[in-house]
Ligand binder design. Structure first.
Ligand SMILES: Cc1ncc(COP(=O)(O)O)c(C=O)c1O
Ligand SMILES: N[C@@H](CCCC[NH3+])C(=O)O
Length: 455
């Protein structure tokens, strides 16, 4: 590990030569963001521009302190709950280590995520397996590795899983229900309502039927109910409604079957800041109000309070990474538009193209005295929709070679990255205390070629 930038840096915004202005401190940037020398921006004590020189671009710079700090904050806010990091947001061995060391469990939704986590040494008993279409092989792997919980998401899975399980070594399961609550930043991620593929709707009785069928299987130990409303939710209210709905079903289950289920999993979906003025879900408020509401509703229904489980992904990984791109071209058109094309795009961050998700970017590594202008920051892919940031406010003298940094890039970017145009997925570097270490190397064209076994 080589030290990149470790000298003490002036942290008073505006006083350092080439300082990055104060707006990097807070908002969507990691808490370790500081102005660096030569208009660089330090994350975890490492200059983004210097990291870009050393590791190339596009580069994802992952702030270990931010990721760990966020995981720790969940443990502290919810000391009696189980917190499972949702690996789909971003997973690599280091991330698995960090959340494990901070006392979290893991939510995985494929044999790939499961295998990576267990290979990294993550204890399988602290892993929960999701998925609306788990293959027989995935279920077998989960059983072989002895994962702690499996979430039943569809009718076929009940018999499929039961067939794999001997009654003397039962599998702990949760049933995923759909409470009929609409929440989330885009229709594609709203899973708390009917008309989408996940879970068993409460309305109409599918959830109650699934519960009855699972209880009938001697090899399946029904530990509780699960629901996941959606993603990028910034208000606590939908979670309170979810508590109401799930407790109602827990009470009905007790009345019908005489069993009190000991666990209630509220899924994830906790929103973060993407833009400077954004609100994030207030974790302290979430913890207090959800815990209180659960206690009240259980008392009303004369139920023991089940153990709460939460599955935040974005809220832990999202704010921990900054993506760094190099400008390849600046195109001014006669109709007054400006397109700033960078060396990444929808293959490393499909979110703007998929959901119209907003982002902010800033110049790093060069001080500009030019005023701000509005530009579209676009990717390098063969689609007009490959736009990373529309109407970004950036210096008017932006030019090829400049570096742009995009915060809040830790979740659902690399985990949804593709091989489009054979550009290759970016490298990932962890930064901490002024040091940078390569976690994931850049994907090269040779990686694509090596998968070819015939012609
Ligand atoms: C079942 C389940 N749990 C947890 C998550 C994590 O969501 P987020 O990263 O928004 O917290 C998701 C994804 O939305 C999910 O589908
Ligand atoms: N990919 C979505 C989140 C989906 C989470 C999975 N259930 C996003 O980027 O917002």
């Amino acid at each position: 590990m080589t030290q990149l930038i470790a000298p003490p840096v002036p942290t008073t915004p505006g006083t350092a030569p080439g300082a990055v202005s104060a707006d990097v401190l807070g908002g969507p940037w990691p808490a370790t963001a500081r102005p660096g020398r030569g208009a660089d921006l330090l994350i975890g004590g490492v200059g983004l521009a210097e990291a870009a020189e050393r590791f190339g671009t596009p580069l994802y710079v992952l702030d270990e302190a931010e990721a760990r700090g966020r995981a720790r904050a969940y443990r502290r806010a919810l000391p009696h709950a189980e917190v499972l990091y949702a690996a789909k947001a971003f997973l690599c061995s280091a991330m698995a280590d960090w959340v494990e060391q901070e006392g979290l469990g893991l939510d995985v939704c494929s044999s790939g995520e499961l295998w990576l986590a267990v290979s990294a040494g993550f204890p399988a008993q602290r892993i929960l397996l999701h998925g609306n279409a788990k293959s027989p092989e995935e279920l077998r792997l989960a059983r072989r590795l002895r994962v702690g919980r499996i979430v039943i998401d569809g009718p076929a899975e009940i018999a499929r899983l039961a067939a794999l399980v001997a009654a003397d070594t039962p599998q702990k399961v949760l049933v995923r229900i759909v409470p009929g609550i609409a929440a989330g930043h885009h229709a594609a991620v709203r899973t708390g309502v009917g008309g989408q593929k996940f879970g068993f709707p409460v309305e109409g009785g599918d959830a109650a039927d699934a519960i009855a069928r699972v209880l009938d299987q001697p090899g399946l130990e029904l530990a509780g109910l699960h629901c996941h409303l959606g993603s990028q939710i910034t208000s606590v209210e939908p979670y309170l409604e979810a508590v109401d709905a799930v407790v109602r079903l827990l009470a009905e289950t007790r009345d019908r079957h005489g069993v009190e289920l000991p666990e209630l999993d509220l899924g994830g979906g906790h929103g973060i800041r993407y833009l400077p003025g954004d609100e994030e879900l207030d974790l302290a408020e979430f913890a207090v109000r959800v815990t209180d509401r659960l206690a009240v509703r259980c008392a009303e229904a004369d139920l023991d309070v089940p153990r709460l489980i939460v599955e935040p992904g974005r809220a832990i990984a999202g704010p921990a990474a900054v993506a760094v791109y190099r400008v390849l071209s600046v195109k001014h058109t006669a109709d007054g538009r400006c397109f700033v094309a960078v060396d990444g795009g929808m293959s490393d961050n499909p979110r703007p193209a998929l959901y119209g998700s907003p982002y902010t970017v800033r110049l790093v590594g060069r001080r500009s005295e030019a005023g701000e202008t509005r530009v579209d920051v676009v990717g390098r892919h063969c689609e007009a929709g490959d736009v990373l940031v529309r109407d970004a406010a950036l210096p008017a003298d932006l030019r090829p070679g400049d570096l742009l940094a995009m915060p809040a890039s830790g979740a659902y970017q690399l985990s949804m990255a593709s091989g489009y145009n054979l550009v290759g997925r970016p490298a990932v570097v962890a930064v901490k205390d002024g040091r940078a270490r390569l976690l994931i190397r850049r994907e090269t064209v040779e990686d694509f070629r090596l998968r070819e076994v015939g012609r």
